[in-house]
Design a protein around this ligand. Structure first.
Ligand code: NAI
Length: 346
């Protein structure tokens, strides 16, 4: 599915080198489950452990040590747990720094209804494509005078055209029918206007995929009313962040939606959810989103068969048993759910 970043020196008889970033909070619990299931599926992986997040900041004085960036540059692929970023003070986000350092410009989040997980809608099948490197996440803000703060929203032609091209190519490869660019160009006429101009130009070069546009607030309304109206959503960084969580709510919540951060050289796979401090360490986190992120990673590595086996095992456990974690209305612990997935591998 994802043709980028595969190590050229990979031999089938040796393991794939993959950087493993456990992260904070529930990160070690959900990545631990993913490592176990990938190994149970018979894929040889040499996990290279690296640190990022609040624990790394406390230990090394930086939330993203250079050694972590170097590791992902070397392996080309990482599986990452969520990292904690303090609100309104403290260290800057390790995620934003990692995406910038490795130029992981495309954030891809497939949002699908899960077998056996009852929500308001059946058959949701959307893809969120989020620009990952600029917008209000540039982190350029300052106090103009006491009581007045300015934050810069940076939108460039280069990044907007690059993410639009990524979205259209992804749509063509995956047989998707429509791309909807999401914006607020009625208010931010220059910045979101430039984003739209780049999307329109890219759309003209890909006539086989239909293209339309919607204002972000109207998009949220339409998504909760009738998600089948959309196919691929193409968004700037901030709108993509917010709309992703909304989309997760359509299919069972943050515990089930995976993601991939993709660049031309490296790929970092991680769930949409955060470090969930409210349940960290309790052994009750849902590892599904991290497991699905691992199957995206396996497809990226050319291990489609193993990825299919794991996806089917998740479908079987959620679809045909009552083994599920609390967020999905069950009683299973992370460990019990993971045991069930391993047992359900075909
Ligand atoms: P969150 O996603 O961590 O949690 C929101 C709610 O969803 C909580 O009630 C949590 O228990 C639940 N939840 C999330 N994942 C779950 C799972 N796998 N199983 C069961 N329940 C789950 O969002 P929140 O609380 O806003 O952020 C917490 C921290 O995570 C913050 O420091 C934030 O910056 C960070 N974060 C990190 C991300 C990353 O590393 N990619 C992404 C989003 C947030």
């Amino acid at each position: 599915m994802l043709a980028r970043g595969r190590r050229k020196d990979y031999q089938p008889d040796m393991g794939h080198a993959v950087t493993l970033i456990e992260g904070d909070g529930i990160g070690p619990e959900v990545t631990g489950a993913a490592v176990r299931v990938v190994e149970a599926a018979g894929v040889g992986v040499d996990w290279e452990r690296a640190e990022a997040g609040a624990a790394a900041a406390a230990r090394h004085g930086t939330a993203l040590p250079d050694a972590t960036i170097e590791s992902v540059r070397r392996t080309g692929v990482a599986l990452k747990g969520p990292t904690t970023t303090p609100v309104a003070s403290g260290h800057a986000s390790a995620n934003v720094a990692l995406r910038k350092a490795l130029d992981l410009y495309a954030n891809l989040r497939p949002v699908r209804s899960q077998a056996g997980v009852k929500t308001r809608y059946d058959g949701v099948d959307l893809v969120v494509v989020r620009e990952n490197t600029e917008d209000l996440y540039s982190g350029i803000e300052h106090v103009v005078v006491p009581g007045v703060v300015e934050t810069l929203k940076i939108i460039t032609e280069r990044a907007s055209s690059r993410i639009a091209e990524f979205a259209f190519r992804h749509a063509e490869r995956e047989g998707r029918r429509r791309i909807t660019a999401v914006h607020k160009a009625n208010i931010m006429k220059l910045s979101d206007g430039l984003f739209l101009e780049c999307c329109r130009r890219t759309a003209r070069a890909h006539p086989a995929v239909a293209y339309d546009e919607i204002i972000v607030d109207a998009c949220c309304l339409q998504l909760v009313r009738d998600p089948s109206r959309f196919d691929v959503l193409l968004l700037e960084n901030l709108y993509g962040d917010i709309v992703s969580d909304l989309c997760a709510g359509l299919v069972g919540g943050l515990g089930v939606v995976p993601g991939a951060n993709l660049g031309d050289r490296c790929a970092v796979f991680e769930a949409v959810h955060g470090s969930a401090p409210d349940i960290a360490g309790k052994g009750i986190a849902n590892p599904t989103a991290c497991l699905r992120s691992a199957t995206l990673m396996l497809r990226h590595l050319g291990e489609d068969r193993a990825a299919g086996r794991i996806d089917r095992a998740i479908d079987r456990v959620l679809g045909a048993s009552d083994v599920r974690t609390q967020d999905l209305g069950g009683k299973a612990t992370t460990l019990q759910f993971t045991d069930a997935i391993v047992a359900a591998l075909d």
